[in-house]
Design a protein around this ligand. Structure first.
Ligand code: SRM
Ligand code: SF4
Length: 574
């Protein structure tokens, strides 16, 4: 059997529970890099070795090694951050990273451009803030995402609790993280979140080989689907009856990543397999994860994501297996109704009378730029804020739990530091996500984060012509088909093929329940704009009342119907 394993499988087995020779690589002063094998293991610790692609050619000419640095990703279940944590995260970004703080599409922070000599200091900073980076990347259960704003209602808070419980339960148990990054200090000295300091050589859930591939979990509470629950390997849709959270509809097998020109890889929406009561949630989750552990493809990483396991064995087989492994009954799914997968901006009052301010952060990048001192602005807010912050899966930010009497002071800082972009932005701009891509992402084929501010003013011009500037349209850009911006669910998306060239995809909905479809492939900006110009013109005159752009395109057959591999169970809504 073992000789059929993908090379990474063997590496995991031989890594002594994720230690490899990471420590030796960090200690080697002769290079700013670590070995490729250790880089693969480093991911499980929440970091990737990268190099600045803008500098590649110049350094090659000068016969220098690439400008190596590291990206670090925190694990912040549900994206909740205290002001004290914020200030530490900001400080380490300022001291050790290059591009500020970056909110990701899974509501956590990344730091980019961290030099090898600073990596441990940055990791220790994160742990000092009672957070961790373990399992933020790698073949494990990753950052668990949860519906934004836990403070809107008691149910939001309860769903966040579940997200944190699930996240903690599936943390790796290895002591390698503490040994390498925390000098094997007792975790309590640094953080309560980093697991296990008892020397342990077993991984009760994962075993020596961990999972075949990354695994992602998201929880949401209708009518909001801001986590894009159907994009998750495993999703939980909260069901509230008689004002009580009674359980979740369980979804399995969502995922976005695919490869250009390879139809055997595809984006897939999660399938709803049934309703689980609160007592059965953890057992169901463990059954799903261990089924993927035991049946996922470990020979060919291209097919190792859970969605392929689900399609290989079938949803019905999975239902039976979940029930027998967990010793539970999957009940018929309960009705739910989403109204958006976007964020709300501006002030909202929670049911306890406290207020929450949603801010739009373009591509989630918090940096100080001329005329846009966002990082400093958020630092000033963190110094006086008494509540929490929430990061969202749309790369935005909520200043949560603000007393009515503190709103004015927050408003003044938001305005002074230009954090109030959402007030002037068009509907499409406010609903844009762009993945990182260049210069740090090794897989980027076209610009994304840096392209958004170039194309958006041009899209605004088109929309203005047709008086559509206020239309909320979900627009997402990914620099390659891996789909980190979840582009396959957007009303309009661009998926990078080569510098300046993208696939234009159209027809997702605003609920996160429909995949879109390719409209034109491998086109440059001029054609992107002319294609959309024609469609916006029709939308302006032919749309029904309250009809959204993606729905309009499908209804009028302006685009081919989406070819979804699996459609979530559709219910008679009550
Ligand atoms: Fe992603 C790989 C960035 C969310 C699908 N993703 C990467 C890497 C690490 C590139 C690499 O492997 O060398 C990117 C690092 C770029 C950089 O410089 O920071 C990267 N992914 C991101 C982030 C930062 C995008 C962003 O703009 O915010 C998001 C971090 C999330 C987090 O905090 O954990 C991010 N990635 C996603 C999502 C969206 C989601 O999970 O909701 C997806 C699609 C959902 C899914 O997983 O199917 C996603 N990323 C991928 C894939 C494709 C996986 C696949 O099934 O084929 C890769 C490539 C891979 O794993 O081999 C990838
Ligand atoms: Fe990089 Fe591609 Fe993900 Fe964008 S979608 S961050 S280019 S891997």
């Amino acid at each position: 059997m073992t000789d059929k394993l993908a090379p990474l499988e063997q590496l995991k087995v031989n890594s002594n529970y994720l230690r490899g020779t990471i420590q030796e690589g960090l200690d080697n002063p002769l290079t700013g890099a670590i070995s490729e094998q250790d880089n693969l293991l480093l991911k499980f610790h929440g970091s990737y070795q990268q190099d600045n692609r803008d500098l590649r050619d110049e350094r090659r000419k000068q016969k220098l090694e690439p400008a190596h640095s590291f990206m670090v990703r925190a694990r912040l279940p549900g994206g909740v951050i205290t002001p004290e944590q914020w200030l530490i995260f900001d400080q380490i970004a300022t001291d050790y990273a290059e591009f500020g703080l970056r909110i990701t599409t899974r509501q956590t922070f990344q730091w980019h451009g961290v030099l090898k000599r600073n990596l441990k200091k940055l990791m220790q900073g994160i742990n000092r803030a009672h957070a961790t980076t373990i399992a933020a990347c790698g073949d494990v259960n990753r950052q668990v995402v949860s519906v934004s704003n836990p403070l809107l209602s008691k149910h939001h808070a309860a769903v966040l609790d579940w997200a944190q419980k699930i996240s903690d339960y599936f943390l790796p148990a290895t002591n390698a993280y503490a040994e390498i990054w925390l000098d094997d200090k007792k975790v309590d000295e640094l953080t309560s979140k980093t697991p296990s300091l008892e020397p342990t050589e077993v991984e009760p859930i994962y075993g020596q080989r961990y999972l075949p591939r990354k695994f992602k979990i998201g929880l949401t509470i209708p009518p909001t689907n801001d986590v894009d629950v159907f994009a998750q390997d495993m999703g939980f849709i909260a069901i509230v009856e008689n004002d009580e959270l009674i359980g979740f509809n369980l979804t399995i097998g969502g995922g976005m990543g695919c490869t250009h020109g390879d139809d055997t890889t595809y984006a897939r929406l999660g399938s709803v397999v049934g309703f689980v009561g609160l007592d059965d949630v953890m057992a169901a989750a463990e059954a799903v994860i261990t089924l993927q552990r035991d049946h996922g493809n470990r020979a060919e990483r291209r097919y190792a994501r859970f969605k392929y396991t689900v399609d290989q064995y079938g949803v019905d087989w999975f239902k039976e297996q979940i029930e027998s492994r967990a010793g539970i009954t999957l009940h018929a799914p309960k009705a739910w109704q989403f109204d958006t997968n976007g964020d709300r901006f501006g002030w909202v009052e929670g049911e306890n009378g406290q207020w929450h301010l949603g801010l739009r952060i373009d591509s989630g990048r918090l940096m100080d730029r001329p005329g846009s001192p966002l990082l400093t602005g958020m630092r000033e807010i963190a110094k006086m804020h008494k509540g929490h912050f929430r990061l969202t899966c749309n790369q935005n930010l909520i200043i949560a739990d603000v007393a009515p009497e503190d709103r004015a002071a927050i408003d003044a800082l938001v305005e002074a530091y230009r954090l109030d972009g959402y007030k002037a932005q068009s509907g499409i701009w406010r609903n844009t996500i762009a993945c990182v891509s260049l210069p740090t992402c090794a897989l980027g084929m076209a610009e994304s984060e840096r392209y958004a501010p170039i194309i958006l003013p041009k899209l605004n011009q088109l929309l203005e012509k047709y008086d559509l500037l206020d239309q909320d349209i979900v627009f997402r850009i990914s620099g390659c088909p891996n789909g980190c911006a979840r582009p396959y669910m957007a009303e309009i998306s661009l998926v990078g093929r080569a510098p300046g060239r993208y696939d234009l995809r159209l027809g997702g909905d605003r609920l996160g329940e429909r995949l879109n479809t390719v409209y034109k492939t491998n086109i440059a900006e001029e054609e992107i704009l002319s294609s959309l110009d024609a469609l916006f013109a029709r939308f302006a005159t032919e749309r029904l009342e309250n009809e959204h752009f993606g729905d309009f395109l499908i209804r009028t057959e302006a685009i081919a119907a989406p070819t979804q591999r699996q459609i979530p169970i559709v219910l008679e809504l009550v």
